[in-house]
Design a protein around this ligand. Structure first.
Ligand code: G6P
Length: 593
C-alpha cells in the first residue's frame, strides 16, 4: 500500500487510551517514553490508565493519563514495560479494574483491549484450580489462564491454548516478571509491532510509535509474537511464521492547540486546509483510485454504506446522493446490519469509518466477506483494519483528530463522497468549499455565541432537516448530546407532525436547516412548531440567526450548516464548563462490540 499517512508529532498534545508496550536494549523512562506513546492513543478511552515494568513496579489511576502521570511521583527506568488506557466494558471505572492486571504472585503482568465473552466459564474453571479473582474484569481471566498454563507450557503454547478456549475479541500483551520478553496475541482488536533500532514496540495502533519508527508489522487474527529488544518471532496456530515490516510514509505536522482552548475548536477551524488538501489529492494521487471505485459502482447492482456514529450521517448522505443518480443505495448502521442486507458479488459496500478501527464495522466486514462483495474503505487512517480488509479505499486526509467528537473528519468524508458523485456524473462543484467554510466560520462567531447563551440551560433541542439536511440535523443533534450533554433530536421535518410535535410547547428550541432545495417543506414544518410557541432558529439564507453566503449549492450548504451546528455544540459546552475534548463515557475509536 503506497499511501502516505498524515501524522503529527505530539509535542504538546495530551496523551490517551489503548495498549503500548516497549522492550529495549537500553533503559528507557516509563514517564517520558512509555506513557508518551500511550498518551497518543488516549482517543481510545480515558476512564483509567496504568503501567507495569518487568521489575514488578506498576501504577494505576482512575482518569486520564495526565492523572496517572501526576500520581506517579517516581519515574522508573526499565528495559521492558507495558501500559494501557481503558474504556470500561466489564467492571466499573475503578483503580482495581484498571490495567495492567496480574496474578496473585505478580509473576505475569498483562494488558488487554477487547471483550472475553465466555469469561465467566473460564473464570469458574480457574477458581476450581484455586485462582482468586480480585477485580470485576474479564481481563483477569486471561492473566490467570496464561499463568496457569505457563506452569507447564511455553508462553506461545499457553497463548495458543487461550485462543482455542476463549470466545470474544482481544489484543493482549504481557510479560513474565524479570524477563525482557514481551508476548502478544490478537483476535479482532487491532495490534501492531513497531520495529526500531534496539527497541521494539507493541501497540494498538501505529501512532503510539510514529515519533520513533516507520517500520510496522500488523498482527492478523490468531497470530502471536514473542518479542525481545533484538527482534521478534511470529507464530500462527500451527507454528512459527515469517513476517516482514512494511514501511509507513509519515507526513508530520505538529498537533498543538495553538491559541485554541480546545482541540475541537482547532479542528473545526482547520477545515479549509483539510478540505483543500483532500480536494488536491482527489485530483492527483487519489484520482485513479476514485476512477476505479466509480467503475465498481457503475457495474454493481446495489450499494451499501456501512458506518456508526457521525460517519453514519455522512453515509446517509452518500445513500441519498447515489440514489438520486439512479443507483440502489442504502446506508445501514453497522450494529444493525445483519437483518438487512442482500450481499453478493454484485454488491459494493462502502465501509465509512474515520478511525478504520470501529469494531461494529469490522464485524460486519468479516461476516460478509464470504459473499464476495466489493468493499471500499473510506477512512482517515490508511493501514487501519477497515482499510486492510477492503478492495479499494479513499483516504480522507483530514489529519489526526484529537477531540473525541468528529468534526473535520466528517467534513472530509462528505467531500470524498461528493467527489465520488461528481466523478459518476459531472454535476457538482466542490472547489469553493474551503473559502466558503472560512467565510462562514469568521462571520458567525458572534451569532453562534449569542445562540449558545440562549440555549445553554435548555433540556431539549429539536433539529429539523429535509433531504440532504436531514442527516445534518441528526449530526448536529448528536454533537449537542455528546459535547453539550443536551438531549437533542435530529428529525425529518416532515415526520415531526406524526408524533414528536406533541413535545413542542412554548419556549422549546427548534433549529431548522433551510436550503433552496428543501425550503417549502422546511417552512411548513417550522410554521407548525412556531404556531405552538417554539423558539425557531434557522441555519440558511435569509436567516436572522446566521450569515450564509448567497447561492450555496446543496453540498456547500450541508458542510457549512454542519459547521455552525458543531460550533453551537462547542460553545454551549464551553459555557457550561464541560470537558469538550474528552466527553464522559465516550471513546473516539470504539474497538469493542
Ligand atoms: C465513536 C465516536 C464517534 C464516532 C463513532 C464512529 O462512537 O465516539 O464520534 O462517530 O465512534 O467512529 P469511526 O471511527 O468509525 O468513524
Amino acid at each position: 500500500m503506497g499511501s502516505r499517512l498524515l501524522v503529527e508529532s505530539h509535542k504538546e498534545v495530551e496523551i490517551v487510551c489503548g495498549i503500548v508496550a516497549i522492550t529495549s536494549e537500553k533503559l528507557f523512562s516509563v514517564k517520558k517514553d512509555l506513557l508518551f506513546g500511550l498518551k497518543k492513543l488516549e482517543y481510545r478511552g480515558y476512564d483509567s490508565a496504568g503501567f507495569a515494568t518487568t521489575e514488578g513496579n506498576y501504577g494505576k489511576e482512575v482518569g486520564d493519563i495526565d492523572n496517572l502521570l501526576r500520581s506517579t511521583q517516581k519515574d522508573f527506568l526499565t528495559k521492558t514495560a507495558i501500559s494501557h488506557t481503558r474504556w470500561a466494558t466489564h467492571g466499573g471505572v475503578t483503580k482495581q479494574n484498571a490495567h495492567p492486571h496480574f496474578d496473585a504472585k505478580k509473576e505475569v503482568f498483562l494488558v488487554h483491549n477487547g471483550i472475553i465473552e465466555n469469561f465467566l466459564e473460564l473464570k469458574a474453571a480457574l477458581e476450581a484450580k484455586g485462582y482468586i479473582f480480585r477485580t470485576e474484569t474479564d481481563t483477569e481471566v486471561i492473566v490467570n489462564f496464561l499463568h496457569d498454563r505457563m506452569k507447564t507450557s511455553k508462553p506461545i503454547d499457553a497463548m495458543r491454548d487461550f485462543m482455542k478456549a476463549a470466545k470474544g475479541t482481544y489484543a493482549v500483551v504481557f510479560f513474565k516478571t524479570g524477563s525482557d520478553k514481551l508476548y502478544a496475541m490478537k483476535k479482532d482488536s487491532p495490534l501492531c509491532l513497531g520495529v526500531s533500532k534496539g527497541r521494539v514496540f507493541v501497540a494498538s495502533d501505529i501512532y503510539a510509535f510514529s515519533h520513533e519508527t516507520d517500520r510496522v508489522i500488523f498482527f492478523e487474527d490468531y497470530e502471536m509474537a514473542e518479542v525481545s529488544p533484538q527482534g521478534f518471532q511470529f507464530f500462527g496456530m500451527s507454528g512459527p511464521m515469517k513476517k516482514e515490516p512494511v514501511q509507513i510514509q509519515w507526513e508530520r505536522e505538529p498537533v498543538i492547540k495553538k491559541h485554541f482552548d480546545h482541540f475541537m475548536l482547532k479542528e473545526i477551524c482547520e477545515q479549509p486546509a483539510a478540505v483543500e488538501r483532500l480536494l488536491h489529492s482527489l485530483k492527483t494521487t487519489q484520482a485513479k483510485r476514485m476512477g476505479e471505485i466509480a467503475d465498481m459502482v457503475r457495474g454493481c447492482k446495489r450499494i451499501f454504506f456501512l458506518a456508526c456514529g457521525t460517519s453514519y450521517h455522512a453515509a446517509l448522505i452518500g445513500s441519498y446522493l447515489l440514489s438520486r443518480l439512479g443507483f440502489e443505495a442504502h446506508a445501514v448502521i453497522a450494529s444493525e446490519f445483519e437483518d438487512f442486507s442482500i450481499i453478493d458479488k454484485d454488491t459494493v459496500v462502502f465501509a465509512v469509518s474515520q478511525s478504520g478501527e470501529t469494531m461494529d464495522v469490522i464485524t460486519v466486514l468479516k461476516d460478509i466477506k464470504r459473499f464476495n462483495p466489493k468493499i471500499i474503505a473510506i477512512v482517515n487512517y490508511p493501514y487501519s483494519s477497515v482499510h486492510r480488509m477492503a478492495d479499494n479505499y479513499i483516504e480522507i486526509m483530514a489529519g489526526q483528530e484529537i477531540c473525541v467528537a468528529a468534526t473535520k473528519t466528517f467534513t472530509n468524508t462528505l467531500v470524498a463522497i461528493y467527489e465520488l458523485a461528481r466523478v459518476l456524473r459531472n454535476h457538482i462543484v466542490l472547489d469553493r468549499i474551503p473559502s466558503i467554510i472560512e467565510e462562514v466560520i469568521s462571520e458567525n462567531e458572534s451569532n453562534v455565541k449569542r445562540l449558545a447563551k440562549k440555549l445553554k440551560d435548555k433540556h431539549d433541542i429539536f433539529v429539523l432537516g429535509h433531504r440532504v439536511s436531514y442527516p445534518i440535523a441528526r449530526e448536529i443533534a448528536l454533537k449537542l448530546k455528546e459535547i453539550s450533554y443536551v438531549h437533542a433530536e435530529g428529525m425529518m421535518a416532515g415526520e415531526l407532525k406524526h408524533g414528536t410535535i406533541a413535545l413542542i410547547e412554548p419556549g422549546v428550541p427548534v433549529i431548522g436547516l433551510v436550503h433552496e432545495s428543501n425550503r417549502d417543506r422546511m417552512d411548513s414544518a417550522l410554521r407548525e412548531v412556531q404556531a405552538r410557541g417554539a423558539d425557531v432558529y434557522k441555519i440558511g439564507n435569509h436567516s436572522k440567526d446566521f450569515m450564509l453566503p448567497d447561492g450555496l449549492n446543496e453540498e456547500e450548504y450541508s458542510i457549512v450548516s454542519t459547521i455552525i451546528g458543531h460550533l453551537l455544540a462547542y460553545h454551549i459546552a464551553k459555557l457550561n464548563g464541560l470537558p469538550i475534548d474528552k466527553p464522559r463515557n465516550l471513546a473516539k475509536s470504539v474497538t469493542v462490540k
